[in-house]
Design a protein around this ligand. Structure first.
Ligand SMILES: Nc1ncnc2c1ncn2[C@@H]1O[C@H](COP(=O)(O)OP(=O)(O)O)[C@@H](O)[C@H]1O
Ligand SMILES: [Mg+2]
Length: 204
């Protein structure tokens, strides 16, 4: 069954954990699923990851969000053509840890959003997007507890801005009829997984 399912949320919301758990639950129910992520594991995605972890930071220079918007959109197109579309064409469910909602929430402040939407116009709309709502403070505590080094865009004021960005973007996309389910990501892991599986089972 070819369906594109996307998990979204702040850094620390639990998207990576729940992507894996959803794939396991689907497999147990007899549905093979292909798990993937953005930034992707392709060449542009790898470059973005390097930039996010500071490998390309120039002392004193602020990395331009415009450049990231272009790179993320290019990575998404490459990801779609190289990995997502072939899997869907083979009849597989694809679960992606992040999609264009992240670009819009992280880079799409103010007037930039319309331009980023244009850059992503050819990116396939997911059949279902699950947004894990977690307060920025809780997400930050989880990242610290997990011993994760802080990446670019992961400071608390930025994450609070991103949370506001998600609210605006999800409302905009839902108003266009995009299928988006918002879940309480602060519940225990098993409860969140159950809620995701219930939302996804309406598709199958
Ligand atoms: N519902 C939850 N309750 C408690 N801890 C959680 C929950 N979801 C995720 N975590 C923990 O938070 C950390 C970040 O989870 P992760 O899946 O890597 O988040 P993301 O991919 O959204 O950044 C991990 O240590 C994970 O075990
Ligand atoms: Mg993750």
């Amino acid at each position: 069954m070819s369906k594109l399912i996307v998990l979204e949320g702040l850094d620390g919301a639990g998207t990576t954990t729940q992507t894996r758990r959803l794939a396991d639950a689907l497999a147990a129910a007899g549905h093979a699923a292909h798990v993937t992520r953005e930034p992707s594991d392709g060449p542009i995605g790898r470059l973005i990851r390097e930039m996010l972890t500071g490998g390309h930071a120039i002392a004193g220079a602020r990395l331009d969000q415009t450049t990231f918007s272009l790179l993320f959109a290019a990575d998404r197109m490459d990801h779609l053509q190289r990995e997502v579309e072939p899997a869907l064409a083979a009849g597989t469910i694809v679960i992606s840890d992040r999609w264009y909602h992240s670009s819009l929430a992280y880079q799409g402040t103010g007037a930039e959003r319309a331009w980023i939407r244009e850059l992503n116009r050819r990116a396939r709309r997911p059949d279902l997007t699950v947004f894990l709502r977690v307060r920025a403070e809780v997400a930050a505590e989880r990242r610290v507890a997990a011993g994760r080094a802080q990446e670019l865009f992961e400071d608390l004021p930025m994450q609070q801005r991103v949370a506001g960005g998600y609210d605006a973007v999800l409302a905009e996309l839902a108003a266009e009829g995009e299928a988006i389910t918002v879940l309480d990501g602060e519940q225990p892991l098993d409860d969140v997984t159950r809620a995701i599986v219930a939302a996804v089972s309406t598709l199958l």
